[in-house]
Each structure stands twice: as structure tokens, then as C-alpha cells.
Design a protein around this ligand. Structure first.
Ligand code: AP5
Ligand code: MG
Length: 209
């Protein structure tokens, strides 16, 4: 059963939530539970790209070159990919964005697209995890699952790219007042409970508007 009791009563949906934090911070893990709470689709751009790579499509062939090196796929490709996905009917009620936007250019493009349908990003969640713990998690995942971009060299590159290109997006949303930072260290339940508290806080504040 969708659990929306912590969302604002009387608020017209959609609810658009972004998870914006470094590789290994737990975005994908927490999204699995957050989609239940919000009852919206989970849009993971990393997962969409990996699926294209598996399918061997033109997008996949292009994306593979960037993913393998820990670099970002060019903005225009990502903006088109997400635009098409957001236009699908299942996103009419909102969505949970995981791994997008990752540059200020993507954030601006997302705003512009949402504006055309009277929507906007409601809440941005940052999972804060120290660098050593991020590396530890990704090294462990490389050992267990062998995700191609979890090699030591690529992980370091992904962290550098996050610092240079994605961190400024946090500032973009902080200025807008819809960034909520959460301690991302602890059990999956503990982290989820902090996320849930931020969603409730957002819901209370928008119900007061
Ligand atoms: P993407 O797939 O988005 O990867 P990422 O951001 O690097 O992050 P991860 O998926 O590795 O980590 P996560 O935060 O989801 O953590 P997870 O839950 O998995 O992107 C991959 C690539 O695609 C990019 O490098 C880029 O090339 C391209 N791309 C994607 N989007 C793009 C965009 N918008 N623009 C341009 N290029 C784009 O957890 C990690 C591990 O930690 C797991 O093993 C998990 O079990 C474990 N874990 C989770 N939570 C905890 C916890 N609380 N305690 C202990 N372990 C935990
Ligand atoms: Mg992920």
C-alpha cells in the first residue's frame, strides 16, 4: 500500500523529489524504499544508461565510453533522455529522480521542462557520507557484484567529477531553499528514518503555505 500519510494534505500532486549525493552514498538503496513512501516511479539515470549499454543501443554505445571512465555522459544526451521519460504518463503523479540532475546545466534544463507543465522540484535530499566510507562501500560492491565502474581508478575519477560538476548543483538548490541534508551513515533503516523525517518536514511546511 502506498504510504502517503506524511505528504501534505490537500496538496495537488505531483511530488518531484531528487536524490543528489556522491557515488556510493546510498541513493539507489534508499530509493527502493522511498518510492513506496511517495508512490511515484524511480528514475535512476545510471540504471537507464546501464540498461542501454546491455541492450547495445546507440545510446548505450555512447554512454559506455563515459561510464567506463567515470565521466559524465554529455548534458544534451541526459536532458533528452530524462525529458522523454518525464513525459511518460506514469510520471504525471511525480517521480523520484536518482542521479539527475548532476550538473547545473541539467538542473536548469529540468526546471525549464517542469515549468512548461506547471511543476517544479519539490525536495532535494543529500545523503552525507564521508569519503572513506564511500570508497569502502564501492570497493566492497566491486568485490561482490563487479560493477564495471567500481574499479579503484574509476571510483576516484567519479568522486572528482562529483566534486567539480555535481556539488555546485547542491548550492543551486540550497539557494532555492529546497535542499535537505541527511546523515547517510548507519543502518539502512536508520538512514531511511532520517529521510522520512525530512519528507514529513517538507510536507508540513508546504501544508502551511
Ligand atoms: P549512477 O549509477 O548514478 O552511479 P553513482 O552516482 O556513481 O552512484 P552509485 O549508484 O554507485 O551509488 P548510490 O549513491 O546509488 O549508492 P548505492 O545505493 O548503490 O551513475 C553511473 C554513471 O552513469 C555515472 O558515472 C555517469 O557516467 C553516468 N550518469 C548517470 N547519470 C548521469 C547524469 N545525470 N549525467 C551524466 N552522466 C550520468 O550504494 C552503494 C553501495 O553501498 C551498495 O553496495 C549498497 O549496498 C551500500 N550501502 C548503501 N547504503 C549503505 C549504508 N547505509 N551502510 C552501508 N552500506 C550501504
Ligand atoms: Mg545508484
Amino acid at each position: 500500500m502506498p504510504d502517503r500519510e506524511c505528504l501534505p494534505v490537500g496538496r495537488a500532486y505531483p511530488v518531484i523529489v531528487v536524490l543528489l549525493s556522491p557515488p556510493g552514498s546510498g541513493k539507489g538503496t534508499q530509493c527502493q524504499r522511498l518510492v513506496e513512501l511517495l508512490a511515484v516511479p524511480h528514475l535512476s539515470t545510471g540504471a537507464m544508461l546501464r540498461e542501454s549499454v546491455r541492450a547495445g543501443s546507440a545510446l548505450g554505445q555512447l554512454a559506455a565510453q563515459y561510464i567506463e571512465q567515470g565521466k559524465l555522459v554529455p548534458d544534451h544526451v541526459m536532458v533528452t533522455l530524462v525529458k522523454d521519460r518525464l513525459e511518460a504518463a506514469d510520471c504525471d503523479g511525480g517521480c523520484l529522480l536518482d542521479g539527475f540532475p548532476r550538473t547545473v546545466h541539467q538542473a536548469v534544463a529540468l526546471d525549464e521542462q517542469l515549468q512548461t507543465s506547471g511543476r517544479s522540484v519539490d525536495l532535494v535530499l543529500e545523503l552525507q557520507v564521508p569519503l572513506e566510507e564511500l570508497i569502502r562501500r564501492l570497493v566492497e560492491r566491486a568485490r561482490q557484484e563487479g560493477r564495471q565502474d567500481d574499479s579503484a581508478e574509476t571510483v576516484i575519477r567519479r568522486m572528482e567529477v562529483y566534486e567539480a560538476e555535481t556539488k555546485p548543483v547542491l548550492e543551486y538548490y540550497r539557494r532555492r531553499g529546497n535542499l535537505a541534508s541527511v546523515d547517510g551513515v548507519g543502518t539502512l533503516d536508520a538512514v531511511f528514518s532520517r529521510i522520512r523525517e525530512q519528507v514529513s518536514r517538507y510536507a508540513r511546511s508546504s501544508a502551511d503555505d
